[in-house]
Design a protein around this ligand. Structure first.
Ligand SMILES: Cc1cc2nc3c(=O)[nH]c(=O)nc-3n(C[C@H](O)[C@H](O)[C@H](O)COP(=O)(O)OP(=O)(O)OC[C@H]3O[C@@H](n4cnc5c(N)ncnc54)[C@H](O)[C@@H]3O)c2cc1C
Length: 430
């Protein structure tokens, strides 16, 4: 066999680039094929990058990577049609280095990130769309871009092609994702001067905040809206499980338009200019819907494998870690001169001992729990808003009556359902 490379990586997102860098650092020959005009050209996220897991991959990255603002505050908010309520965590712990997280724009970040793999010795080629893998004797031995001379061969192919992972599907590692296994999110980047952002969100110069907003932001569907502050722009988006969008006849473009017009959101983006619009899938099937992660001559990493923790807004860190662990398994396979599925099973073993599987297992019942209770993001925000409205309005009603009114509102909730929600939630924490 004409073996040009030890590994071919499909996709220059965080998972693929990490795998390529680690492989190159270990002395293996590796090429990355990316369909975009450059790495990051087509990539979409919110996006918040956590510092500690990134530092573990790229020591000293803060001095070089294109970062936007350190996130010093997190707000969790509930929306009804006319109200907003919530909890804010702003801490000096997050406002002083080492920071917890940064807002980041994918286009410059991914471009920079790909250069770290090139510096380690990997070849990264843009504008190459891989259309299929090449088989020989039942093993994957390369990829093709569809042209007669577009075939490249390697001992191992790393599928890092993102949420849809058409290639993993094509070679039978997973069936087509079900609509409830994915969320669809629409996002806009809205340009605003730095001082306006800092005034509107009460931020010290150069610092940032992250808002996650439930309830009316998604018409009460399971999902959430977000507002993240960049240096001179705001990332705003909203989305929900694809299956629920289809069933309810809602679409994410209308959802985002409506979210932007909410009386509590509109002032945050007022006067800004939309400079980018995108929509993207997030794999949210979780641990119970993971695909087969390896085969003869092939491994699957990042979103392509479904490694996303939607609860804690973690995707890129899990993508990077899976890329690193895949690289470790491939380096061991190279030493053993064995790229069979039995040898690459080591990748799954490494994942099983990592935070990737630990966290996906921990949250595996959260989405089914919330999805079985469509009232959660619909009825509870309404109730809370009514109770707070009563408590906070000073209108001559004696406080004892107000208290009774509030208890009366809560008492109207179906008891059995409330108990079921509380017991179910307790079980999730267990
Ligand atoms: C709206 C939104 C908000 C998010 N917010 C956050 C957040 O705040 N924090 C967080 O950590 N995560 C967030 N995520 C998740 C995060 O973006 C993903 O988990 C992460 O990007 C996965 O990295 P990846 O390398 O596996 O895939 P991707 O980043 O999707 O990269 C895949 C790459 O493969 C390329 N590609 C695809 N097919 C082919 C092909 N056939 N040939 C060649 N190249 C191909 C693509 O162009 C792309 O560059 C968010 C996601 C979305 C959609």
């Amino acid at each position: 066999m004409d073996e040009a490379f030890d590994a071919i990586v499909v996709g220059a997102g965080p998972a693929g680039v990490t795998a390529a860098r680690e492989l190159a650092q270990a002395g293996l020959t590796v090429v990355v094929l990316e369909r975009g005009a450059f790495p990051g050209a087509k990539n979409v996220w919110g996006g918040i990058l956590y510092r500690e897991p990134t530092e573990a991959m790229l020591p000293g990255f803060e001095a070089q990577a294109p970062l936007e603002r350190p996130i010093v505050e997190q707000r969790y908010l509930l929306l009804t049609e006319d109200a907003m309520m919530g909890a804010t965590y702003r801490s000096q712990r997050f406002a002083t280095p080492p920071y917890n997280a940064y807002s980041v724009l994918r286009s410059p970040f991914d471009r920079w990130h790909a250069e770290t793999a090139e510096a380690a010795g990997a070849d990264v080629y843009s504008e190459f769309t891989v259309t299929d893998v090449v088989w020989e004797d039942g093993a994957v031995v390369g990829v093709t871009t569809g042209d007669p001379d577009g075939e490249l061969r390697a001992r191992c192919v790393v599928l890092a092609d993102g949420a849809n992972s058409l290639l993993a599907q094509k070679i039978g590692l997973h069936a087509e994702w079900e609509p409830l296994d994915q969320a669809l999110v629409a996002k806009e980047l809205i340009a605003l001067p730095a001082e306006k952002i800092e005034d509107r969100f009460a931020l010290e110069s150069g610092t940032g905040t992250a808002l996650e907003i439930f309830g009316e932001s998604t018409w009460g569907l399971l999902g959430y809206g977000f507002v993240y502050t960049n240096r001179e722009s705001i990332s705003i988006g909203t989305g929900a499980l694809l299956g629920d969008l289809i069933e309810s006849g809602r679409n994410v473009n209308d959802m985002l338009d409506r979210f932007k017009k909410h009386p509590s959101i509109a002032p945050l983006i007022q006067g800004g200019e939309t400079v980018e619009y995108s929509a993207h899938l997030i794999p949210e099937g979780g641990y119970d819907r993971l695909p087969r992660l390896y085969g003869d001559g092939v491994v699957v990493v990042g979103d392509a494998a479904g490694f996303v923790n939607p609860l804690n807004r973690e995707g890129v860190n899990l993508a990077m870690l899976s890329g690193k662990l895949a690289a470790q398994a491939i380096v061991e396979a190279k030493v053993a001169d064995d790229f069979s599925a039995a040898s690459l099973a080591r990748y799954r073993e490494l994942l099983a001992g990592s935070v990737v599987f630990a966290d996906l297992k921990k949250i595996r019942h959260v989405t089914p729990f919330a999805h079985a209770r469509p009232h959660l993001l619909r009825d509870y925000p309404q109730l809370l808003s009514a109770m707070l409205g009563e408590y906070l309005s000073v209108d001559g009603t004696p406080k004892g009556i107000k208290q009774k009114n509030m208890l009366g509102m809560a008492a109207r909730l179906p008891k059995k359902r409330l108990l079921g929600d509380l017991l179910g939630a307790r079980k999730l924490l267990g």
